[in-house]
Design a protein around this ligand. Structure first.
Ligand code: PRP
Ligand code: URA
Length: 205
């Protein structure tokens, strides 16, 4: 279930993220902005409940977010660049961490860290800016599911058709939100046109 963010600001930000002359400080700001737009889109269907309050003039029944807790789980390290918007707009969100790193030769992701809060009964937003082969995402989804998560949403900034297909093959009903669906992977499993190595560009490495 793929949703591609359709917003002029998203298109603007993605273009500047792709630009190889964009420096890490600006890249981080742009990553924040696109992640905020994605966070808003990915939480569009959160349950709300009625709440009656008094305005300065009269009572009114409005709606507030329901009680189901949210958890954001970045896939380290690049996913860290997507966490802050979730924390800013959902102050009670819990944060878990999954460390995965692709091998430079094989592009197969190796797990090196995992620290997760309880996930059962919670909305889990797995955030990773690049969905390339889909190997990291599939591994991370398996990890959160093995920790009790049943309601998982994947949020990426740039996706490849191959990566989306891989996630859909393993988890046909899992919602994926992305800001761009690119053309293909190259021989080294980088996304084309893509934006290069997100983690390197975010952290200037
Ligand atoms: C990047 C990216 C994803 C992964 C996507 O991380 O942030 O986690 O590659 O590729 P895949 O879909 O083919 O698995 P990387 O392994 O480069 O590690 P980093 O975040 O530490 O830079
Ligand atoms: N990881 C990245 O950072 N970029 C890609 O294009 C693919 C994987």
């Amino acid at each position: 279930m793929l949703t591609i963010l359709d917003h002029p600001l998203a298109a603007h930000v993605i273009t500047h993220l792709r630009d190889k002359t964009t420096k890490p400080a600006t890249f981080r700001t742009l990553a924040y902005q696109i992640s905020l737009l994605l966070a808003i889109e990915a939480t569009r269907r959160l349950a709300t409940e009625a709440k009656t309050i008094d305005t300065p003039l009269e009572p009114v029944t409005g709606r507030v977010l329901g009680p189901q807790p949210l958890v954001v789980v970045p896939i380290l390290r690049a996913g860290l660049g997507m966490v802050q918007p979730f924390v800013d707009i959902f102050p009670d969100v819990s944060v878990g961490y999954i460390g995965l790193e692709r091998d430079h030769e094989t592009a197969v992701a190796r797990s090196y860290y995992c620290k997760l809060p309880p996930l059962a009964g919670r909305h889990v937003f797995l955030v990773d800016p690049m969905l390339a082969t889909g190997g990291s995402a599939v591994k991370a989804i398996e990890v959160v599911q093995s920790h009790g998560a049943t309601d998982v949403v994947l949020v990426s900034i740039v996706s490849s058709p191959e990566g989306v297909a891989e996630v859909e093959k393993h988890f046909p009903r899992l919602p994926i939100f992305t800001a761009a669906l690119d053309r293909e992977l190259n021989a080294r499993k980088y996304i084309l046109p893509g934006l290069g190595d997100f983690g390197d560009r975010l952290y200037g490495t």
